[in-house]
Structure formats: structure tokens, C-alpha cells
Design a protein around this ligand. Structure first.
Ligand SMILES: Cc1ncc(COP(=O)(O)O)c(C=O)c1O
Length: 391
């Protein structure tokens, strides 16, 4: 009996389709429309470079070293991740510059990071929002023998309205920065200021209002730091829903948008900001009809293939179909308009996931398609290196 893991078998089976038409791709499959994704990459790169802003896309969206490198090849300074193990997976796969965009408090995880700092060529940065987090980071580096001055960039996270991580703006951030500056192995790199709750406010006006308050929190903190004689090298933050607002503020110097790469069905419900480029859907689930009823079609992709936390997937093809949850492995399609045609048994159906990040985490690899969903060919497979890297 072969010891080849099943994931590797699936990879090899899919790899055998490279060069062949999309109709051969097994279902359910996570598919990237490479042409659309590359247009998204180009649009954000042009946006950032026209404003002389640094781009550090969030790799929590794609979890792939190859896609991180595609972003960096177009000018991104590096990528963000949320988790230590995400950082390690991407660093081991060759990503050169990685920012862990929140505090990590667990000493065991910080030991893993410190070991990576010692042994991998990757440049790492991390956020903190407490004195204990800062102490533990410094201690882990010391224990691992990482004593070179300024070995790691450290950002202080402030809460700019989401009510998740981050210190209150102003004096608490100054106090933490003062502590940080006493740690020789750590470099104070600036402020982490991200408002996740504002990303999916539907109207551009609502998002502008929320970010106005975020900008005030950032300004207040920058002023307080300056008054304490501390200069702040950079403010980093922003997501795909608000980046044009941060960009226009003159406060943020680095943008962390992630979902722009794929544009899920939830993000498509946002009214586009007048100052932002349009992004296209580039991530799809290819499914097929496995059972037909009189008034419904059952597809072979349920919520084990795509996440439902941000709402249902949209049906990209055939048109005019409504999707309903049929369970773990099934989706139910019905007519949404009188002109809708229910697909036949075996027919292909294309879904746009409701939320791209957790959908990606359900798959081992992407099938990269060139030439569109109907006529395209499989160009390459792309590994999701940090799938399941939740620690
Ligand atoms: C800290 C941080 N920055 C940036 C992003 C990217 O946001 P989006 O995927 O909405 O562009 C996220 C997403 O959750 C985040 O948590």
C-alpha cells in the first residue's frame, strides 16, 4: 500500500490536467481566474504607487507563498499574516518579509517565531498591545539567543474603532512605546491601526464616517508620541473596503488590504468608494449538478467547500439562480427569476464564495485557470501553504 497522503494524490491528479480545458477539472474545486486576479494585482499596485504608499497585502486571504510573491513582484514590500504558524509556513516557502499583524501572547508560539528569526532569512515584524506581550516577546528572543540590536520590527496596535485588539489611543500607546524603546532587540516600527468593523459597511459614506474617527485616534496617538519625543516611522492598516480613505488621510503610510485579490460575494455588496479602483471576482468554486428535482438542482459543493460566515455564495453561472444551504456537501439551486434555467444533471455550476479567507482555508490548492471560466485552460496549481496554520 502506498504511503502517499491523499492530499498529495489529489494534487497529482489535478496537476495531470495542466494544459487541458476547464471542463476536466474535478469538482468541487477552488479555482482562480488568473486573468482577473492579475488585473486586481495591477490595480492595487498602481493605486499604491501613484500615492507613494507602501503596500503590504494581508496573506490571511490567500495563505499562499506563490501569491505573496506575485504581490511582492508588483511592488508590495511584504505581506501581513495573522498567526505565527501562517508566518512560518510562508517563510519556509520563501516569503522574504512578513508582518504578524496582532499581538501573540503565548510563549510557545513566540519561541517558534524566535527560532525562525534565528534560522530563516525572512524579515519579521509583529504587533503588540500590552506590556506583558512586549515582555514575553523580548524574553523569547533572549532565550533563543536573538540578541542583535533591532532584530525585529514591532508595531504598537491601537484600537481605532473595531473594539477588538489594540490599546486605547494616546497615552497608553506612548507608555508602551517607552517600554519598547528600552528593549535593544526590538525596533519601534510604528502603529498598527486597522478598523475591521468598517470594511463591510455598505455605503461609502458610512465607511468614511467610521474612518474619520479612526484617523482622529491615529492623529491623537501620533501627537502624544511626538510630545513624548518619540518619532513614529509608519502607520500601517486598512482593508479592501476602506483603503482609499486611509490612503487619502495622509496618516497611513502602508496598506494591508487582502480580499481585493479575490473579491468575494460579501465584498461585492459594498458600494464602491469613488476614489477606489474596481476589483473583479477572481475566486470561484467549480461544482456540478449531482441530483435534479422538479424545481431544484443539487450541486456537489456544500459548506465544506466554501464558508458561509459572511453570507451565501453567489451563483456566477448559470445566471438567475438562487442558492440555499443543502448541508455539508450539498448546495440547493432554484430559479430566482422567471427566465432562469435550472442546470441539468452533470452540468457545471460556478459559485463566488461568500467569504474568501475561510473558504481558502478549506482547500489544499488552487486550480489556476487562464482564459475564463467557460473556455479556459488549467495553467498551474497553486499551493495553499498555510492551510490550517491556525496556531
Ligand atoms: C489586521 C488586518 N489587516 C488587514 C486585513 C485585510 O482586510 P480585507 O481582507 O478586508 O482586505 C485584515 C482582515 O481581516 C486584518 O485583520
Amino acid at each position: 500500500m502506498s504511503a502517499q497522503p491523499e492530499a498529495e494524490r489529489r494534487w497529482l491528479r489535478a496537476a495531470a490536467l495542466i494544459g487541458l480545458g476547464v471542463e476536466n477539472v474535478d469538482t468541487p474545486a477552488l479555482v482562480i481566474d488568473l486573468d482577473a486576479m492579475e488585473r486586481n494585482l495591477d490595480r492595487i499596485a498602481a493605486f499604491a504607487s501613484a500615492r507613494a504608499l507602501r503596500l503590504r497585502p494581508h496573506a490571511k486571504t490567500h495563505k499562499s507563498a506563490e501569491l505573496a510573491q506575485a504581490q511582492m513582484a508588483r511592488g508590495a514590500v511584504g505581506v501581513c499574516v495573522q498567526k505565527i504558524d501562517e508566518a512560518l509556513a510562508l517563510a519556509r516557502a520563501g516569503v522574504a518579509d512578513i508582518f504578524i499583524s496582532n499581538e501573540v501572547i503565548d510563549p510557545a508560539k513566540l519561541r517558534r517565531l524566535s527560532e525562525a528569526l534565528r534560522t530563516l532569512p525572512t524579515r519579521f515584524a509583529i504587533a503588540v498591545d500590552s506590556a506583558l506581550g512586549l515582555e514575553r516577546l523580548a524574553q523569547a528572543l533572549l532565550e533563543a539567543g536573538v540578541t542583535t540590536p533591532l532584530s525585529i520590527d514591532v508595531f504598537i496596535e491601537i484600537d481605532v474603532g473595531q473594539g477588538r485588539c489594540g490599546l486605547p489611543p494616546g497615552a497608553p500607546a506612548v507608555a508602551l512605546a517607552q517600554r519598547l524603546l528600552t528593549q535593544p532587540a526590538l525596533r519601534f516600527a510604528g502603529l498598527q491601526a486597522y478598523h475591521g468593523g468598517a470594511q463591510h459597511l455598505r455605503s461609502a459614506n458610512e465607511r468614511t464616517g467610521a474612518l474619520h474617527a479612526s484617523a482622529q485616534a491615529v492623529r491623537q496617538t501620533l501627537d502624544a508620541l511626538a510630545q513624548a519625543g518619540i518619532s513614529t516611522p509608519l502607520v500601517t492598516g486598512a482593508g479592501s473596503g476602506t483603503f482609499s480613505i486611509e490612503a487619502a488621510s495622509g496618516l497611513w503610510g502602508e496598506l494591508q488590504c487582502g480580499s481585493y485579490l479575490f473579491m468575494d460575494a460579501d465584498y461585492a455588496q459594498n458600494q464602491t468608494d469613488p476614489g477606489a479602483p474596481e476589483f473583479e471576482h477572481a475566486l470561484f468554486i467549480k461544482a456540478q449538478v449531482m441530483s435534479r428535482g422538479q424545481d431544484h438542482a443539487v450541486i456537489d459543493a456544500g459548506h465544506k467547500s466554501h464558508a458561509l460566515d459572511s453570507g451565501p455564495p453567489a451563483v456566477a453561472w448559470p445566471h438567475d439562480l438562487a442558492w440555499a444551504n443543502g448541508g455539508d456537501e450539498h448546495g440547493l439551486l432554484s430559479a430566482a427569476t422567471p427566465r432562469a434555467r435550472l442546470p441539468a444533471l452533470g452540468e457545471t455550476v460556478w459559485l463566488i464564495p461568500g467569504h474568501c479567507d475561510p473558504t481558502v482555508n478549506l482547500h489544499d490548492f488552487y486550480v489556476g485557470l487562464r482564459g475564463g471560466l467557460q473556455e479556459g485552460r488549467v495553467e498551474r496549481l497553486i499551493r495553499i501553504d498555510a492551510r490550517g496554520a491556525l496556531g
